[in-house]
Design a binder for this molecule. Structure first.
Ligand code: CNA
Length: 387
């Protein structure tokens, strides 16, 4: 659903994006289910400026200090213990309602930088954007005054110039095998759809570039026109109130899409939770991982231990596999006996989606800023191919 009707949504059906709170994140009850008020800008700015350190103030300080340095032992290392345990459960047919929670780390193998990886992450490379603090780039009040920093970033993130990688296809394979209950992604790069995960299996919790609207009055604006203008260095303006139009990517303090509320049905039903490539720093998304039933296995695949997976000892049923995500997912697929299927799926997707140059602006696999010639898949739509 579009965020264009945000203003008309009743307060008890709204939930907004914010940075992670410093209070306990593993209470099980979670705060995400409660409506939040939009924060005042100054409070928000203060809150956001703490974002990079918040993960260390959560569960307990001694654990926080050991971010990314899990001790050796079963289910908490790089040995494959956690992967093997979960793979065994899956092969026994015990996991038929798998929920995937994902973040920017699943797309770094596609060449899209994440936020927080030191050195390569977008937050470490923001000098070019001329902003006072990194999170200003997703601050709607800041955007209101100066949309250029976000539009510069949008040029990098707009779907079109990146391809899904093995990790996306692994998740696609979960669906293919009938095991994916739902994927909840924070990503806005559109690669989940592009690899063929169907719309009804996907919640893009932080919105996407698929639609655009006025950031003040939410009047919808044609997304392709907004893209063309932004890519050419121009500012799309609302036909109704003349304020700046932005792609419907959810900024801090803005409502999440209505589809996000599917979590109230999905997480209690899940029999396996896979958490991949996220620092679990953004609320309310981060707290979702605490809402599966207590007996449900949770597997974190990431470079560092994050959120409740920093606990020592881990909660019973929790598994952590640290390391490069693509390598880890390949090993996981091999354990499951899925590797060949995934490789075949990737090959067939490449062949099915051989782009053809056509005239027009409605292509799904658009790769450039040129408004007349776009690459469009001649056989499929991004979300239906190979379904
Ligand atoms: P983040 O805070 O940057 O965290 C990413 C996590 O992934 C970190 O813990 C990294 O250590 C880990 N990671 C990165 N690369 C790898 C790898 N190759 N192997 C293993 N682990 C890896 O990003 P989050 O997603 O947690 O933060 C949420 C933000 C990021 C969302 O609001 C997104 O909109 C936003 N974002 C999205 C994209 C995208 O759409 N591709 C890119 C950058 C930022």
């Amino acid at each position: 659903m579009s965020v264009s009707n945000r203003s008309s949504r009743p307060a008890d059906a709204r939930i907004t994006r914010s940075s992670r709170s410093a209070e306990s994140q593993d209470s099980g009850s979670g705060r995400y289910g409660k409506p939040r008020k939009k924060q005042a800008d100054s409070t928000l700015a203060q809150d956001l400026s703490l974002m990079n350190v918040n993960g260390q103030g959560g569960l307990n300080a001694s654990v926080g200090k050991q971010l990314g340095q899990r001790p050796s032992g079963p289910s908490a290392n790089k040995s494959g213990g956690g992967l093997a345990s979960v793979a065994r459960l899956m092969k026994m047919g015990r996991c038929k309602n798998v929920v995937v929670v994902a973040g920017a780390g699943i797309s770094t193998a596609s060449g899209i930088p994440d936020f927080r990886t030191p050195g390569t992450g977008l937050y470490a490379n923001l000098e070019a954007y001329n902003i006072p603090y990194p999170e200003a780039i997703f601050n709607v009040d800041y955007f209101s005054n100066d949309p250029q920093p976000f539009f510069s970033l949008a040029k990098v993130l707009y779907p079109g110039s990146h391809q899904p990688n093995y990790i996306h296809y692994f998740i696609r394979m979960l669906h293919h095998k009938g095991l994916l209950l739902r994927m909840y992604t924070q990503n806005i790069d559109g690669l989940e759809k592009l690899c063929g995960i169907p719309d009804d299996k996907l919640v893009e919790a932080h919105g996407s570039f698929t639609t655009a609207s006025c950031h003040l009055c939410y009047t919808p604006y044609p997304a392709e026109d907004a893209k063309r203008l932004i890519m050419n260095g121009n500012v799309p303006t609302c036909t109704f109130c003349t304020a700046t139009v932005k792609p419907d990517v959810v900024f801090f303090g803005e409502d999440l899409p209505q589809k996000y509320f599917l979590h109230t049905q999905d997480f209690p039903k899940a029999d396996l939770l896979l958490v991949m490539g996220t620092s679990l720093q953004i609320e309310p998304f981060a707290s979702l991982v605490n809402t599966v039933r207590a007996t449900v296995p949770r597997l974190l695949l990431n470079r560092h231990a994050v959120g409740p997976f920093q606990r020592i000892p881990l909660r019973r049923g929790d598994h952590v596999e640290l390391g490069d995500l693509e390598d880890t997912v390949r090993r996981f697929a091999e354990m499951l006996g899925w590797n060949n299927d995934i490789v075949e799926l990737m090959k067939s997707q490449e062949q099915e989606c051989i782009p053809t140059l056509v005239s027009g602006r409605s292509g799904k696999h658009q790769t450039g800023s040129d408004e007349s010639d776009v690459e469009t898949c001649s056989k499929c739509s991004a979300s239906s191919c190979l379904s």
